[in-house]
Write a protein that binds this ligand. Structure first.
Ligand SMILES: Cc1ncc(COP(=O)(O)O)c(C=O)c1O
Length: 394
């Protein structure tokens, strides 16, 4: 009766189940997987969402690509990052996930393929399958820091490849795609008629000084059809408000053709509410106060993680250039899932095992850098002490 786009089974994994049980028993959990900024103790101005009740939003004037004043406000966000993007080339959507779906509809027929980075954001499996697109992995290699394994990109390309996805900085590895990598990707994609989709939702959150300046940005491409994704969810910590955007770049004729088609796709759904569009400029402006709190928090937690890591010489924190996550490699005494369940049950700390993100091998743990500083430090210390005091099980 049901579509094969959806999984057949829905049982929660062991870690989710263990966390649910522990919470139901009222036992404390230090949640180092928390990625919802609205639950991480930031000081949101109580009237931050007041602009959503603007009188102008009482009038509905559907505009498929979004209200021009809102697209201008997004263009101003790019200008803040030192990037020039014409408002006419910005398309509004309800979230980044919605943006992926619009772009898959624009670029792919059922069974067409998109290349997705591994390790990366676990939602890609669902996002692609729900639009009948086939995800084909390419690899990020770890040599001190992560970089694109271009031979794996070339191996993954087929005549059905419609787009290459990059996440910059990546969730969870924290790497920005470098300008040289972006050039190389463009040189592979442009002659084959393949688009680049760059998820830049974490672009504002630099952890290593200078990393974002060295990044290759999709909106600057003139040689290959490119789409950059962003949104309020990360840029001002408002995932519940549901506003994202796609900035289109590339050869003028392709950009125009893509915008014509996106207009039809967006007109079919008209998913972005008028109140959020009317409020966007002010939310972006006032939300800067939230962004700076988040930026300070993730930077502090990242430094704390680095400074605590010598507590367990068998563990190592990987360099993270930006974003909300950090990765630690840990000894492989047991499968990652067993380890994550053990850390929860013995230390009371919830972490993400690397396999959630398709790391190439075990064992890695992923930490969200969003939790309040004291509980982040407490949680990380417990994890490191666990490794400092544990030997391989007999
Ligand atoms: C890389 C990446 N892209 C997109 C999103 C989701 O953004 P949105 O809330 O705009 O759909 C996330 C959320 O964690 C993410 O990690």
């Amino acid at each position: 009766m049901f579509s094969s786009r959806l999984p057949a089974h829905y049982a929660p994994n062991r870690l989710t189940e263990a966390a649910r049980e522990r919470r139901a028993e009222g036992r404390p959990v230090i949640d180092l997987t928390e990625s919802n900024p609205t639950r991480a103790g930031f000081d949101y101005p109580p009237d931050l969402l007041a602009p959503l009740s603007a009188v102008s939003a009482l009038r509905y004037a559907p505009s498929p690509l979004g209200l021009m004043e809102t697209r201008r406000a997004v263009a101003a966000e790019y200008a803040r990052q030192g990037l020039e993007v014409p408002a006419e080339r910005i398309v509004l959507d309800a979230s980044t996930s919605d943006g992926y779906s619009l772009l898959f509809k624009l670029l792919a027929d059922a069974g067409d393929e998109v290349l997705v980075p591994r390790p990366s954001y676990p939602l890609f499996d669902h996002l692609t399958r729900l639009d009948l697109v086939v995800p084909r992995p390419y690899h990020l290699d770890l040599h001190g820091s992560w970089s694109i394994d271009f031979s794996s990109v070339e191996r993954a390309l087929t005549p059905r490849t419609r787009a290459v996805l990059v996440v910059s900085p990546n969730n969870p590895t924290g790497t920005f795609i470098s300008a040289a990598e972006m050039d190389r990707l463009a040189a592979l994609c442009a002659p084959r008629g393949i688009a680049i989709i760059a998820d830049e939702v974490f672009a504002d959150y630099e952890l290593e000084p200078g990393a974002s300046r060295r990044a290759g940005r999709a909106v600057s491409r003139r040689d290959v059809l490119s789409f950059a994704l962003g949104g309020l969810s990360k840029s001002v910590g408002l995932p519940q408000v549901k506003l994202g955007w796609i900035a289109v770049a590339g050869p003028d004729a392709l950009v125009e053709a893509a915008l014509d088609r996106l207009e039809l796709v967006c007109d079919t759904y008209l998913a972005v509410s008028t109140p959020v569009q009317a409020a966007a400029a002010e939310l972006l402006d006032r939300g800067a106060a939230v962004r700076s709190q988040i930026a300070a928090r993730v930077a502090t937690n990242y430094r704390e993680l680095m400074s605590l890591s010598p507590l367990a010489p068998s563990c190592g924190v990987l360099r993270s250039d930006g974003g909300w996550y950090a990765v630690m490699h840990v000894p492989s005494f047991e499968p990652e899932e067993d380890l994550a369940v053990r850390l929860l049950t013995t230390e009371g700390v919830l972490t993400h095992p690397g396999y959630f993100f398709d790391f190439p091998r075990e064992s890695f743990l992923v930490f969200s850098l969003l939790p309040p500083e004291a509980s982040f430090s407490d949680g990380v210390t417990r994890v490191l002490r666990h490794f400092a005091s544990s030997a391989a099980p007999a």
